[in-house]
Ligand binder design. Structure first.
Ligand code: KG4
Ligand code: ZN
Length: 340
């Protein structure tokens, strides 16, 4: 089954053709990074307008590279949540128009679930596994029992991990996007130059919950001392020290959940799964099977949408043409399996 996937939940305008949820025939990701760089963050209205300009060309190029004719597309999968509402609506409206005109099924896809599916495009990962979803808007530790069966074990209680990278980078003007800039700078820094505290959460519901706002505040409060002319510590030291603690905190909780749940496989997904320190630390785990996607499949992309779209189709068929978008993830609950 040839599925055309469309993703526009934030600042990536992407389309892909994927066969049977596995084989990527073509994949185009047009990033708006340059358009938001001067603001040090994604400006929602600008993002929606650019999606409107780009989406036709992105889909056209994807089809051209797939060497399929439009009539050979069997269904259109599109992200409907979570994300920026205006951006999501551009992709969904385009997908609806295409599905209606071709009289082909439309399949709505949760893009967070899709981040945890991304590895299936490159590996055959057996279920269940520990899902480590780390993006700009979400930090979720879960037990994944099937493509859409996700039991949330722990989440951040405040900032998402990627959001902390973005805010620290913005505060110190280290570059944009924050995660990429901090990762790059960290290569030349001393990760032990600053000893930032790890959050110790005592009153949360789950032992796998995380908090990033204390770490972020602590990093930001270094400004007065750190930026004085005589400080021997560099931006790179600050970046590497922050990155080490942010990722160590995450991995400690994920590995605790693996042990306590008796899981043997870990799958990472989302933009922060591109982080080189995270990937190197995961590689050292020789007791478990560890999977993370190649770099283009970590951040938002349409191949994972088309891939999970196929699984959704097999289980539930297509979506109604009246479906709409949601800024938040629906259907995820702590402590009991979520089905979406
Ligand atoms: O999954 P994604 O593209 O969008 C969301 O669903 O949020 O993730 C974007 C996030 C941003 O916070 C970005 O700074 C972060 O992923 N990110 C990274 C890296 N590459 C992207 N964080 C740390 N290290 C990276 N190499
Ligand atoms: Zn995402």
């Amino acid at each position: 089954m040839n599925i055309l996937g469309i993703e526009s939940s934030c600042d990536e305008c992407s389309a892909a053709v994927v066969v049977d949820g596995k084989k990527i025939l073509s994949h185009v990701i047009a990033s708006q990074t340059e358009n938001h760089q001067i603001f040090y963050g994604v400006v929602p209205e600008i993002a929606s307008r650019i999606h409107t300009e780009w989406i036709y060309g992105v889909v056209e190029n994807t089809l051209k590279h797939s060497q399929l004719k439009l009539e050979e597309i069997d269904a259109i999968a599109v992200s409907t949540e979570p994300g920026l509402v205006g951006s999501l609506m551009v992709g969904l409206s385009f997908a609806k128009g295409l599905a209606y005109s071709l009289q082909k099924p439309l399949i709505g896809v949760n893009h967070i679930f899709a981040h945890l599916y991304a590895c299936q495009l490159e590996f055959d990962v057996a279920y269940p596994f520990l899902g480590l979803l780390v993006s700009g808007g979400h930090t979720i530790i879960s037990q994944v029992n099937g493509p859409d069966e996700i039991e949330v074990l722990g989440t951040t209680v405040d900032d998402a991990c990627g959001e902390a990278f973005d805010k620290v980078a913005k505060f110190y003007q280290l570059g944009y996007p924050g995660g990429v800039a901090i990762d790059k700078l960290s290569q030349t820094g001393d990760p032990k130059a600053f000893l930032f505290p790890k959050a110790q959460l005592k009153h949360t519901k789950s032992p796998y919950d995380l908090s990033y706002s204390g770490l972020k505040t602590s990093v930001i409060h270094q400004k007065d001392q750190f930026q004085r002319g005589d400080s021997p510590k560099s931006d790179a030291d600050l970046a590497a020290s922050f990155q080490r603690v942010a990722i160590d905190m995450l991995l400690e909780k994920a590995l605790l959940a693996m042990r306590e749940r008796g899981l043997t496989r870990l799958v990472a997904g989302g933009g922060v799964a591109a982080n080189s320190y995270l990937r190197s630390q995961l590689q050292r785990e020789d007791k478990y099977e560890i999977y993370y996607p190649s770099l283009p499949l970590c951040t938002d992309n349409a191949a994972m949408i088309a891939g999970l779209g196929y699984e959704n189709w097999k289980k539930r068929g297509g979506s109604d043409l009246s479906i709409t978008v949601s800024p938040r993830v629906t259907g995820l609950h702590k402590g009991k399996p979520a089905r979406k």
